[in-house]
Structure formats: C-alpha cells, structure tokens
Design a protein around this ligand. Structure first.
Ligand code: PXP
Length: 240
C-alpha cells in the first residue's frame, strides 16, 4: 500500500521566523497522524534553519507512525541519528544557500563515503534511503551501497513546463522505480508534489511512500486562516 510521509519542516520554519515556541512541529506531527499520515518526515539541517535538535528528539518520543529523519551524510548527523534512532534515515545533499534540497545525491561520485555511512546506520538497525534523481547510474550505485531504499526526486517532474516534458519526467520516474526494484531496492519519492500532480506519481507500480511537505503546509495555512481570524476576533472580545 502506498503511504504518505508528511514533512513538517515548514511548521518549524514559521516558528523560527520569530525564534519563539509556536507553531510546534511536535503538535503538527500529532495532528498529521490524527488525519491519517502514515509517517512524519523532518530534516535536521546542519544550519538548523527549521527543525531543531530538540524537535527531532521529541518527535522520536511522540511519533506513533514512523519517523523519517532527513539529513546530510556528515559525521555530526550520523552521530545524532545513531542516538535518536529514527525509523529510517533519508540522506540528502545540503548546500547552505539553497532554498530547499536541490537535486539528488550524487551516489556515483561518492560511493565509498556513502557506503560507509549506510553501513554505520544500518548496522544500528536504521534503514537508509538515498535521495536521488531517477537516473539508472545513480540507482545502480545506490544498490551497491547496500541502502535499503531510494527516494526518487520528483522535482523535475513537478517543475516540467509542458505536458510533453511532464510525461517524459514521469516516464523516467516509472522506469527508475522498476530498475530500482529489480536491483533489490525499495522505492519512495518526493519533492514538489502537489494536490494536482501527485496522482500520476502515486500510480507508479511498486512505489512505497511519498514524502510531501510544502503543498500540505501551504494548504493548511489557507484552509485554517478563516477560523484563526474568527478566533482572534473572539479573543478580542474576551470570548475565546
Ligand atoms: N523529500 C526530500 C528528500 C526533501 O528534501 C523534501 C523537501 O524537504 C521533500 C521530500 C518534500 O518536498 P516538498 O516540501 O516540496 O513536498
């Protein structure tokens, strides 16, 4: 069955905009689970731009579905993951200036290092997923690291400007999924998925989990706004 991992980083981004305590990603994770999320995803970045160490540790205690910790393949992050023990780790590339994760990991170019990181985590019973572009060379290199999963980067599909290129990108994802499964990998996907473009990706045979953040949090901020304003008017009247 295809599952949904809800990425709650943007909740932490709003909180960090004021360096305050709300909204709390822990509460967001709980609500997402109540609504049917099958997993919670949080990216502890080296620059701590949104999710904080405290968040990932508390999520470990409170998440009742499964916790997917996204992180760079650095010694610091491996140490934290070994301590926190998320249900799985997704290794992503990180550049300090980027707005969000841009492009997949280059497994071919750093296979040795990534094989070591995968071993360190999987020897501690933390399955590893590698976030990669849907290119056969990257998929085969991923299998050679012994990682249990890959997450196919859906960004190019999401950003395709016309029907023809969208179709081509979808085809790459579907073929990539097939190649990966044949190589013994389990397959997730994510990045840039929205209410309008998710269905074709969700329909790819063998796909296990979609990790979605921005579109869900964007919608939440709008569908929740009316109620929030109404409640502030009540609070101004001393009636909340
Ligand atoms: N998967 C990975 C590996 C990511 O880095 C991100 C963004 O943090 C997502 C999925 C979710 O992407 P989006 O926020 O565009 O749904």
């Amino acid at each position: 069955m295809l599952t949904l991992g809800v990425n709650i980083d943007h909740i932490a981004t709003i909180r960090q905009a004021r360096r305050t305590v709300e909204p709390d990603p822990i509460a967001a994770a709980l609500l997402a689970e109540l609504a049917g999320a099958d997993g919670i995803t949080a990216h502890l970045r080296e620059d701590r731009r949104h999710i904080q160490d405290r968040d990932i540790r508390l999520l470990r205690q409170t998440v009742r579905t499964h916790l997917n910790m996204e992180m760079a393949a650095t010694d610091e992050m491996v140490g934290i993951a070994l301590d926190v023990k998320p249900d799985y780790v997704t290794l992503v590339p990180e550049k300090r200036e980027e707005v969000t994760t841009e492009g997949g990991l280059d497994i071919v170019g750093q296979k040795q290092r990534l094989t070591e990181v995968v071993a360190a985590l999987q020897n501690a019973d933390i399955p590893v997923s590698l976030f990669i572009d849907p290119h056969p060379a990257q998929i085969h290199a991923s299998a050679q690291t012994n990682a249990k999963f890959i997450e196919l980067h859906t960004g190019c599909y999401a950003e395709a400007k016309d029907e023809k290129s969208r179709h081509q990108e979808l085809d790459l994802l579907a073929k990539g999924c097939k190649i990966a499964i044949a190589a013994g990998l389990r397959v997730n996907a994510g990045h840039g998925l929205t209410y309008w473009n998710v269905y074709p990706v969700a329909s790819i045979p063998g796909m296990e989990e979609l990790n979605i953040g921005h579109s869900i949090i964007a919608r939440a901020s709008l569908v929740g706004l009316e109620r929030a304003v109404r409640e502030m008017k009540q609070a101004m009247l001393g009636n909340l």
